[in-house]
Ligand binder design. Structure first.
Ligand code: NAD
Ligand code: ZN
Length: 381
């Protein structure tokens, strides 16, 4: 079968790989019909995630048709069209039983932090992902959900990660009625977080990014007040002024970054200038949120060296909440929000790409070219 094949940072290929096989009675083999590239894949692409091995197939946002089932999977049948949460979870461990499917202990017991994630390096369990014609789905009796007849496949694939992550970002913000919420990052995750902030009762939503085309989209899609940080001298001062001198009630980091970018910048002032992600958005979130406010982090970070201003967290009495999204926990209510028309996930899909153009798609999404918000790969036609 054809599959994405990681050859090192910035080197993405498509190549022949052996067909995946059932290795465990709770496995399924799924023929992929939609598979997205995510901002999280860009961390792998940039070489930020430890133990990303050459030969790995990425892809944690996919849906497809069940082709084979292990004998212990009783809740699915061959031919079902399923959406597959990005978390791989056993459904039975201490964490899964609390609904923390992103923190499953069983799938990745030796890891200090991450649970299991499709196509996300050996740090996340070493499972191949769905940027391929076929994929093995472990614990297929836990994650996959049959796509309702009325649902568009483009909406379904966005429910595997972007929608639950954006929703959980807003949920972790503990938004109270009338709150001002500032979202850093107008990628698919930030856009969805800003959209969902209204569902939790926000009174005002602000989105910050550096790409005007994404901000223009945010203005009507979320909808939100939007600001390009490249046009602002000091983002923290600006946001304070825009919020009666107090700061926003809730700040959401939907950017993430890595340690390497930090060395380029002065981290101890608030007047930080930058051209790319790194931990700057998190600085801005901590330094601009109201005293006693909440910072919700869904942006993904490298393991060490982010040098966050923890003193300011203490002195301002800020609560920080963060996690990988727990997709399966949120799916029932999110499917209902899509059905009711409260959220329109597929509107963020700007590019539909055949699998053999995968390297170009990575480049376009990483460099934010051609108005790209979310690219979806369409294997198997
Ligand atoms: P993306 O690359 O499409 O979007 C990131 C956006 O952040 C870009 O538009 C970029 O211009 C903007 N940005 C960069 N620096 C900024 C700054 N200082 N202030 C404001 N905006 C800034 O990525 P995405 O798919 O939207 O994902 C966003 C983040 O969410 C990534 O770190 C990704 O790994 C993470 N993520 C987390 C989870 C989870 O479960 N926690 C799931 C999916 C994605
Ligand atoms: Zn993702």
């Amino acid at each position: 079968m054809l599959a994405m094949n990681y050859r090192g940072p910035y080197r993405i290929r498509l190549s022949e790989k052996p067909m995946p096989e059932i290795l465990h009675p709770r496995d399924a083999i799924v023929r992929v019909t939609r598979s997205c590239i995510c901002g999280s894949d860009l961390h792998l692409y940039h070489g930020m995630v430890p133990d990303t091995r050459v030969g790995t197939t990425f892809g944690h946002e996919f849906c497809g048709v069940v082709e084979q089932l292990g004998p212990e999977v009783e809740n699915l049948k061959v031919g079902d069209h399923v959406l597959v949460p990005f978390n791989i979870a056993c459904g039975q461990c201490h964490f899964c039983l609390q609904g923390l499917f992103g923190n499953c202990h069983e799938v990745n017991p030796e890891a200090t932090a991450l649970g299991g994630i499709f196509g996300y390096s050996h740090t996340a369990g070493g499972y191949d992902g769905g940027q391929a014609e076929y994929v093995r789905v472990p614990y297929a009796d836990v994650g996959p959900v049959v796509i309702p007849d009325w649902m568009d496949l483009d909406d379904a694939v966005m429910l595997t990660d972007v929608v639950p992550t954006g929703y959980q970002a807003a949920e972790m913000g503990g938004i109270q009625k009338g709150d001002t919420v500032v979202v850093f990052g107008a990628g698919p995750v930030g856009l969805m977080a800003a959209r969902c902030a209204w569902l939790f009762g926000a009174g005002r939503v602000i989105v910050i990014d550096m790409y005007d085309y994404r901000l223009e989209f945010a203005r009507t899609y979320c909808p939100a007040e939007v600001y390009n940080f490249k046009e602002i001298d000091d983002v923290v001062v600006f946001l304070k002024k825009a919020t009666d001198g107090l700061g926003a009630d809730v700040a959401i980091d939907a950017v993430g970054g890595d340690a390497s970018g930090n060395a380029l910048h002065t981290l101890f002032g608030t007047k930080l200038k930058l051209e790319a992600g790194s931990a700057i958005a998190l600085h801005w979130a901590i330094n601009s949120v109201k005293k006693g406010g909440i910072v919700s982090i869904v942006g993904v970070y490298g393991p060490t060296g982010n040098m966050i201003p923890i003193g300011n967290v203490v002195n301002k009495g800020i609560t920080i909440r963060a996690n990988q999204a727990s997709v399966k926990r949120l799916l029932p209510r999110l499917i209902e929000h899509v059905r009711m028309g409260h959220i329109d996930p597929k509107a963020m899909i700007t590019h539909r790409v055949p699998l053999d153009h995968i390297a170009d798609a990575y480049h376009m999404f990483a460099a934010k070219l051609d108005g790209c918000i979310k690219p979806v790969l369409v294997p198997n036609g």
